[in-house]
Design a protein around this ligand. Structure first.
Ligand SMILES: [Zn+2]
Length: 177
């Protein structure tokens, strides 16, 4: 009986500890890993970030015009729903969010301060969170058509930005050949 009450007490403490350590809204990225990433160079050849898609299946959709005067800052990689989306680089998960344009999106801070944008996901990998470190080829989510892609075929929108989050877009197509 005494053993049992001990066990209950320990369990209660564990549960309370778990509650009080719930992460706050914005988690700062680990600065050591950020500086290490900034010092790395971004390769000219990156793995295609959707499992099962080959280089000769890619279409260069960079720069095509979009609604409201926007133009296409990335590449659309067509793939069946729930195909595995893998990181094209190593880096830090910098943001996981949902919005009306990109749907479920992931931003990864990669080598040389590059930013990588993965959009229209069906969902991100279960348990993935801001601050996680990923390597090229690691699973981060699944292909879908969330956001403004809801009336299109399922695809991954992948964008590379060289001058910060959302700044200095470059065409991913030559990187994926
Ligand atoms: Zn796109």
């Amino acid at each position: 009986m005494r053993f049992l009450s001990h066990a209950v007490l320990i369990l209660t403490v564990i549960v309370l500890a778990a509650c009080s350590s719930t992460p706050k809204k914005t988690t700062p990225l680990p600065s050591q890993q950020v500086s290490r990433l900034k010092a790395m160079r971004l390769g000219f050849h990156l793995p295609i970030p959707v499992k099962g898609v080959k280089a000769d299946q890619l279409t260069d959709t960079w720069g095509a015009s979009r609604s409201a005067g926007r133009w296409h800052e990335g590449i659309d990689i067509l793939a069946p729903r729930d195909s595995k989306v893998t990181s094209a680089t190593e880096g830090l998960i910098a943001s996981l969010q949902s919005n009306t344009l990109g749907g479920n999106v992931i931003w990864i801070l990669g080598p040389a301060g590059s930013w990588h944008y993965y959009a229209h996901l069906e969902k991100s990998k279960r348990g993935l969170k801001v601050g996680d470190y990923v390597h090229a080829g690691d699973l981060i989510g699944y292909v879908g058509n969330s956001g403004n892609a809801q009336h299109t075929v399922t695809h991954l929108h992948y964008g590379i930005y060289l001058d910060g989050k959302g700044r200095g877009a470059v065409n991913p197509f030559p990187y994926l050949r």
